[in-house]
Design a protein around this ligand. Structure first.
Ligand SMILES: *Cc1c(COP(=O)(O)O)cnc(C)c1O
Length: 334
């Protein structure tokens, strides 16, 4: 059986570092979309609430319903607005203002340069007029940076654009609106955070994806993937293991299969360049849907405890390694 361990102490340590940056833990909104980046949305919601966070961000209504009782407000990034005092909804297009229910809390997303979602900056006055005219409830105004994790002028340029947005919103008389733009990278590199919340995902889970030049706040991975032994056998010198027989035993060796594979979300990779587990064991031969073979007789093994290192091996980013893990895998909080 594969299972996931979630390390509460490491999570609290990360949240402490992030609160020092934001100045107040209530200014950190935990981004719990996509099953909390594969960590487990319920387990993570429970723990971040225990730490004292009051704000969360998810993708849709379905996710929000699961954690409704844990937070004062949950921002929903992409779903149809409903009138619920605990939920706020991202509005990314002018047309969405036409259909929004009057009592729904809306957070206007403005495109300050990423060009993925959000109304154009030129459309902002029109959007604010519509909100006034229809008597809509504008709860927040926000944006998202495309290059907060890179050393370039792009970040400063987008930030300056967002300052203009804030000014326009205030000039239209919206005095109580909350403003936010920072993701993990932006918060970690900022020295004078002064917005109402920061939307923090990857850093909370333990990964600082910023280049060294920004000074490195050390964070600690929350998740580790474990697997239990299914069976053990002796492989004679010259015998080959698994599909295609890609691994040939160079000597007599004792190997075991462990119940974890690409069916659990472990990347299959290539048997020519095997992934090496956290305990230094290279995967022998191909990764199957539910099994890997290792030269070990231990009853359980840690497959990885650092998604950033695993990501390096598989040529991707930490986000994809953890988000790939299936929600059916048992989560154990330690
Ligand atoms: C996912 C997401 C975040 C969190 O980004 P991290 O890099 O994980 O901190 C913040 N804001 C928006 C709009 C997002 O979609």
């Amino acid at each position: 059986m594969a299972y996931i361990k979630l390390n509460r102490e490491n999570l609290f340590y990360n949240l402490k570092q992030l609160s020092l940056k934001s100045g107040d833990k209530r200014k950190i909104a935990a981004v719990l979309k996509d099953n909390a980046y594969g960590h487990g949305i319920l387990e993570m919601a429970q723990m971040v609430k225990e730490f004292g966070l009051t704000q969360a961000v998810v993708m849709n209504n379905q996710e929000a319903q699961k954690i409704l009782n844990y937070f004062d407000n949950i921002l929903i990034l992409n779903d149809t607005p409903t009138a619920n005092p605990k939920l706020s909804y991202a509005v990314s297009e002018l047309s969405q203002l036409q259909n929004a229910p009057k009592d729904a809390k809306l957070e206007l997303k403005v495109d300050t340069g990423m060009h993925r979602n959000g109304i154009l900056m030129q459309e902002l006055p029109q959007a604010l007029e519509m909100i006034k005219k229809h008597g809509l409830n504008l709860f927040g105004v926000f944006t998202h940076y495309r290059s907060a994790d890179e050393l370039s002028s792009e970040f400063a340029w987008q930030k300056a654009n967002f300052e203009k947005v804030k000014k326009t919103v205030r000039n239209y008389g919206f005095k109580t609106v909350r403003f936010h733009s920072h993701n993990s990278a932006a918060l970690l590199r900022s020295s004078e955070f002064n917005e109402d919340i920061a939307r923090v995902g990857i850093a909370m889970y333990g990964y600082n994806e910023l280049p060294e030049v920004f000074g490195s706040i050390e964070l600690k991975p929350v998740l580790s993937l474990w697997a239990k032994r299914a069976s053990t056998r002796i492989l004679k010198k010259g015998q080959r293991v698994g599909y295609g027989g890609d691994f040939t035993a160079p000597k007599d060796m004792t190997v075991s299969t462990y119940n974890a594979g690409y069916g659990h979300g472990l990347f299959r990779g290539s048997s020519q360049n095997p992934f090496v587990t956290a305990e230094g064991l290279p995967i022998l031969g191909r990764v199957s849907m539910d099994f890997i073979t290792l030269e070990s007789t231990k009853d359980e093994v840690c497959i990885f405890n650092n998604a950033k290192e695993a990501a390096k091996h598989f040529g991707t980013i930490s986000y994809e390694i953890t988000t790939a893990l299936k929600s059916e895998i048992e989560r154990v909080v330690i």
